[in-house]
Design a protein around this ligand. Structure first.
Ligand code: NAG
Ligand code: NAG
Length: 788
């Protein structure tokens, strides 16, 4: 209202101006009203202001005239007032033009008068600032530099003046500031300026609000969202999750074993965030031993590990993104030992042969043992089999020596196969062994030893010189030359040097008789034989050999009494009155042989009258066996034969042993052969028997002519007393040679078990080698007229 009053004053002023400038215009009035007044609102009391009477208005048919017939204002003739007829929107009416006014005239008739009325429309703050779009979208790289500008949409406010757009604000203000720039057209350019680096990795989306405010009262504002997508830039390097990885792997791990997986993270996205892995070692063999999967970072084994070559690897791994940003890490690989190496035995020095008299402690072999494994796996111990005369000595951890532990004896063991076994202490333990062959060389430490402690041998007298009596034998446990025994006769005297009796073959030990022995001269003798080996110095031993000479019946009995002189007969006198049993004389004979060979028997061989005298078989006494009668011849001639009881040792050699040996298999072949043999034998036997019977009968008729021959008893072949052998233990089957005819000189053999008597023809001495020597002497009685 106060304003209106003031304007009214102005209107007054304007009114007068109008009166003087426009002759046809009776007045001019100006009103000022705000826009958007309600219908019927009073604009002004036009009657009063023009100085007109309400009646005049009515009478004059006052009306409002507008050029474009738009009527926002109506005239109330009753009240003489101008009222708002239509809603007046300043913005629709004038836009941004100021001032904004309605111009019209009020015309009156009778008389015609017209008045110019101007209604100024004042702005009210009825429009808020507004943006065309609700939001604006930006895609800004995170690498955008500070100061980068981004133009924002301007807001519109239809109101003018203070009610128009006054200011902008942008919130939040973390990254961007708002910058307003005045344009030539008076409007403002709205820009947001990057004031702090964007980081996609911390905030991928920013949502800002741009607010435009006017200056009205109350203040109105409009907003717009500013959506910012932060685009990724490769501003992040890959980063390993761990700088150092530690891996333990056994050396026997096969190719392809996965050690571990490394991982690096790249905060970027897309290709900038794609990490690829690689091994960067160049100087060592890591690239050969290991590989890494480019994409997954899986580290695996590609080579053969060997703890003995390398126990430790450092793998340098690089992670890189496509933008070339990198990071690196280190994998420390510790290789652990497994017992994968056998101990190796290296002979450093070796003796192939050692003398049996080597002292205990003599070094046989030196060797060293190597096991490349470590710890227990490489700790090696060596041993040899038990019960060997050797000892293992350790000189250091790796050097061993094998020494003799006790006395050696080649004669007990001439060779040793020594197996040295070395094993480590791994689990399971590995071992290797080597076999050494050691020869024990001979030392002449054994003297020859005779098979018996003494020898006794027998030789039958009258041997041929050079006859081998028997053999002594000595053995020597040594070897080769040390065991080559030679036999030496120890010269000693048995009245004469013994070497004149016997000789010893140095090589064979055969003892030969040098001469023929005579039992009657020497019955036994003994000597020593030395056996000596070929060692240096030689060793020897000796043995006593006793030679016993066996008697042979080589001496005929000697008649001592009656003494014969010059082959004449010996005469004895027998009185005719001599009784029966009268002792005529006694023949005394001796035999220098011994035993049965000296056992004499006396027989009457020839007598003039066999019924008158007898000779005592044992004592040689000649006695009458009947009364001498006158009829008896004066001279009786008797021949007494004295015989010893010798025998022929040669026959002994004819013994045949028939001990039977039954070890036959009961197989068919045997019986077949046996059957065949039996049949054959029977056939041959029959033939022989038939032929023999024929011959026998023919001979028998001839033998009858020679049957009155002296009978010499034959004793079964046995050793003489001096031999001292017992009875024959076996059934002997011995054969005697029976001759029937010296001229034919053939022998017949029969079973001695059935007939022990040799019937002999004294004229057939050529057949028998040693004939019983007999001495026959003849004496006659003193009866001289009797002639035999
Ligand atoms: C030692 O070994 C050799 C050959 O392998 C063999 O002929 C010999 O009989 C062995 N000696 C002993 C005493 O085992
Ligand atoms: C024979 O051997 C014995 C020991 O058996 C010895 O005492 C003796 O001296 C040896 N005799 C000779 C002649 O060598």
């Amino acid at each position: 209202y106060i304003k209106q009053r003031k304007r009214h004053t102005q209107r007054q002023v304007l009114l007068f101006v109008s009166i003087f400038s426009l002759s046809s215009v009776f007045g001019q009035v100006t009103y000022s009203v705000p826009e958007e007044m309600t219908k019927g609102s009073l604009v002004g009391n036009i009657a009063q202001d023009l100085g007109l009477d309400v009646k005049r208005l009515k009478a004059g048919k006052a009306r409002i005239y507008t050029e474009d017939n738009t009527e926002y204002i109506e005239l109330d003739k009753d009240r003489g007032a101008l009222l708002v007829k239509e809603r007046i929107d300043r913005e629709a009416l004038c836009g941004q033009t100021t001032p904004c006014a309605l111009h019209f005239q009020i015309t009156l008739e009778e008389p015609i008068e017209f008045y110019i009325v101007t209604v100024e429309i004042n702005d009210i703050n009825d429009n808020a600032p507004s943006f065309k779009k609700d939001e604006m979208k930006f895609r800004i790289s995170e690498s955008a530099v500070i100061g980068a500008k981004f133009v924002l949409e301007r807001a519109m406010d239809l109101d003018v003046g203070v009610n128009g757009l006054q200011s902008y604000s942008l919130k939040p203000t973390d990254n961007f500031n708002l910058k307003l720039q005045n344009q030539q057209d008076g409007s403002k350019k709205v820009e947001m300026v990057l004031q702090k680096q964007l980081d996609r990795e911390t905030q991928e989306h920013l949502s800002l609000t741009l607010t435009a405010t006017d200056g009205g009262d109350p203040q109105l504002s409009g907003t717009m969202r500013v959506e910012i997508s932060v685009l990724d830039a490769n501003d992040n390097a890959p980063v390993f999750t761990q700088e150092l990885y530690k891996v333990t792997i056994v050396e026997t791990a096969p190719k392809g074993t996965i050690l571990n997986t490394v991982s690096a993270v790249d905060a970027d996205e897309g290709s900038s965030g794609k990490v690829s892995y690689s091994i960067t070692n160049t100087l060592d063999d890591v690239p050969v031993m290991f590989k890494i999967d480019e994409d997954s970072g899986v580290v695996s084994l590609t080579g053969n590990l060997d703890y003995e070559k390398s126990q430790h690897y450092e793998i340098h791994v690089q992670a890189s993104d496509d933008g070339g940003l990198t990071d690196s890490c280190k994998i420390i690989v510790e290789v652990t030992d497994t017992n994968d190496n056998y101990p190796s035995i290296n002979i450093m020095s070796k003796t192939n042969s050692i003398s049996e008299n080597s002292r205990p402690g003599t070094v046989v072999t030196i060797f060293n043992v190597q096991d490349p494994d470590s710890g227990e796996n490489g700790k090696v111990t060596c041993h040899i089999e038990e019960h060997m005369p050797f000892l293992m000595k350790t000189t250091s951890k790796k050097f061993f020596s094998l020494v003799t532990d006790s006395e050696l004896d080649r004669e007990a063991a001439s060779q040793y196969n020594i197996t040295v076994t070395c094993s480590d202490e791994g689990v399971p333990s590995l071992s290797s062994s080597v076999t050494l062959t050691l020869q024990i060389s001979d030392v002449n430490d054994n003297a020859p030893v005779f098979e018996r402690s003494s020898y006794e041998a027998y030789i039958v007298e009258n041997n041929t010189p050079g006859l081998s009596i028997f053999t002594v034998r000595a053995r020597d446990a040594d070897w080769n030359q040390n065991a080559r025994v030679s036999y030496i006769l120890e010269d000693s005297s048995v009245g004469v040097p013994v070497s004149s009796y016997v000789s010893v073959s140095a090589d064979s030990g055969v003892i030969h008789a040098v001469r023929s022995f005579d039992y009657e001269q020497i019955k036994d003798f003994q000597f020593r034989v030395k056996a000596q080996d070929g060692g240096s110095p030689p060793l020897s031993s000796n043995v006593t050999v006793k030679i016993l000479i066996q008697d042979q019946n080589d001496n005929p009995p000697q008649v001592l009494y009656p003494v014969q002189t010059g082959g004449s007969l010996v005469a004895e006198m027998v009185p005719r009155s001599a009784d029966v049993g009268y002792l005529v004389t006694k023949v005394v004979a001796v035999d220098v042989d011994s035993g049965q060979n000296a056992w004499l028997s006396y027989k009457l061989q020839k007598a003039t009258d066999r019924a008158l005298f007898e000779v005592g078989l044992q004592n040689g006494e000649i006695r009458t066996i009947r009364q001498v009668t006158d009829k008896d011849a004066v001279k009786q001639r008797l021949t007494v034969i004295v015989e010893d009881n010798g025998h022929f040792p040669e026959v002994l050699s004819e013994f045949t042993d028939f001990t039977q040996d039954k070890e036959y298999n009961d197989n068919l072949t045997f019986y077949l052969v046996l059957a065949l043999a039996v049949v054959s034998f029977l056939f041959i036997t029959c033939l022989v028997v038939i032929i023999s019977v024929k011959i026998y009968r023919w001979r028998q008729s001839r033998i009858l002519y020679h049957s009155n021959l002296p009978v010499i008893p034959y004793y079964p072949p046995r050793y003489s007393d001096t031999l001292g052998t017992g009875t024959l233990q076996h059934v002997y089957n011995y054969e005697v040679c029976r001759t029937t005819d010296s001229r034919k000189s053939d022998c017949k053999f029969g079973r001695a078990g059935s007939q022990n008597v040799l019937i002999m023809d004294p004229s057939s001495t050529g057949t028998m080698q040693r004939i019983q020597s007999e001495k026959t002497f003849i004496f006659s009685t003193t009866d001289s007229d009797t002639h035999d």
